[in-house]
Design a binder for this molecule. Sequence first.
Ligand code: NAD
Length: 468
Amino acid sequence: MIDEKQISEIVRSVLDSANIHTSCGGNCKCKSKRGVFESMTEALEAVQKAYTQYRQYTLEQREHIIAKIRELTLNEAEEMAKLGVEETGMGRVTDKIIKHQLVANKTPGTEDLEPRVFTGDRGMTLVEMAPYGVIGSITPSTNPSETVICNSIGMLAAGNGVVFNPHPNAKKIANYAVDLVNRAILEAGGPENLVVSVVNPTMDSSKEMMESPIVKMLVATGGPGVVRTLLSSGKKAIGAGAGNPPVIVDNTADIAKAAKDIVAGASFDNNLPCIAEKECFVFSDVADQLIRNMCDNGAYLLRGDQVNKLRDIALMEKNGKYQIQKDWVGRDAGKFLKELGIDADPRLIICETDANHPFVQVEMMMPILPIVRVKDIDEAITLAVAAEHGNRHSAHIHSKNIDNLTKFARAVETTIFVKNAPSYAGIGAGGEGYTTFTIAGPTGEGLTAAHSFTRARRCVMVDGLHIV
Ligand code: NAD
């Protein structure tokens, strides 16, 4: 005879294996969320235990786990895209599906860990990339599950365990991703709780994570506040901070293509990505042509007084400075227009402004692109560099003039610089190179991958193993 409790356990296990969460439909803090703990203390203890076991795993076993994470991410990309938009109210489902596919397909695994070897008369010295240990990772609301999965792949490939403290406004979708990663690890024969999180992330849980002796490295993906906090932690820290990417269009560019590419990049996931074009500087003699072509490719041109009305919806003034209205971040362009009494649903709103307009200067993460006319490349570069605010994050240009391309790249000094393509080519979507959702400008790792989450260890053999 089996009792009621045993029956319910069997039912739960069958539903779990089919990925049907019994009490939440995959969208709450139900028991079947693997790796998600009520308290940070429990989460830290669990990941420490799992990491100790994981240290014994071979590279082949790590790669097996990563392959499973890729598979489940592709299978559940649509589900995560929908949950992300539902919980945060930000972004577009179709674009979020692409972001998850990009993470699954183009985030490097163990192949990224390249050893170095020195050989000579005195033998051989080997430098290998070893795990850091347990890594504490703080993730944003703008790419919540994408960042959890991308960081997990890189950090696990490097042999680490991971504890996440996700953005509170995106905790359900981030924890869905933590659960997915744990399901993949278990299916691939790995230890439980190698990647953990908390049901309710707070500043207190973040502080406990940062101060725990269990955590050996910290990674922050977000705005300037969190990067500053991490850098003063006294631990090895990787900071992936804010951007405000300008795009320049000169009069040698293929204007029709530039217009199409800029609308595609600036409207992607409603401008949430930190790399997305956020203000445009165009040579005056091609400005009308660019704007006309943008309108032919899904942009809506706002004029006159409507621009200031839009400013008052998207931003608020405090002590003479403009700040974003957080409730409007990542909303559809059609929602802004509806507020202005306009019945249209374009991918992007464009408008002409001067270079000091808050639309140019503030990182808004909304599908609104200000366009500033400039007389030549020097004026374009001066204004674009000023608008980037020294973040050294991303900048883009459409031009066939090698001198202009080179001059801007040198002046702006960004981690990502895309020429003649939508901004997302910079993270491997339609461009060469791998993907990451943690772009570490402030601390200089650049586009992070497995190698970023390692310690270099040197092993020296004197007068041996040198064979020539
Ligand atoms: P946010 O800065 O509000 O939050 C990011 C994370 O940091 C969250 O988990 C939040 O809870 C935490 N946090 C914020 N302040 C903190 C503090 N003082 N101490 C500890 N934790 C803190 O950012 P967001 O709105 O979620 O994301 C958008 C921002 O992140 C934009 O500025 C964007 O450019 C940036 N971003 C950068 C990258 C990158 O790779 N460089 C990627 C995505 C987003």
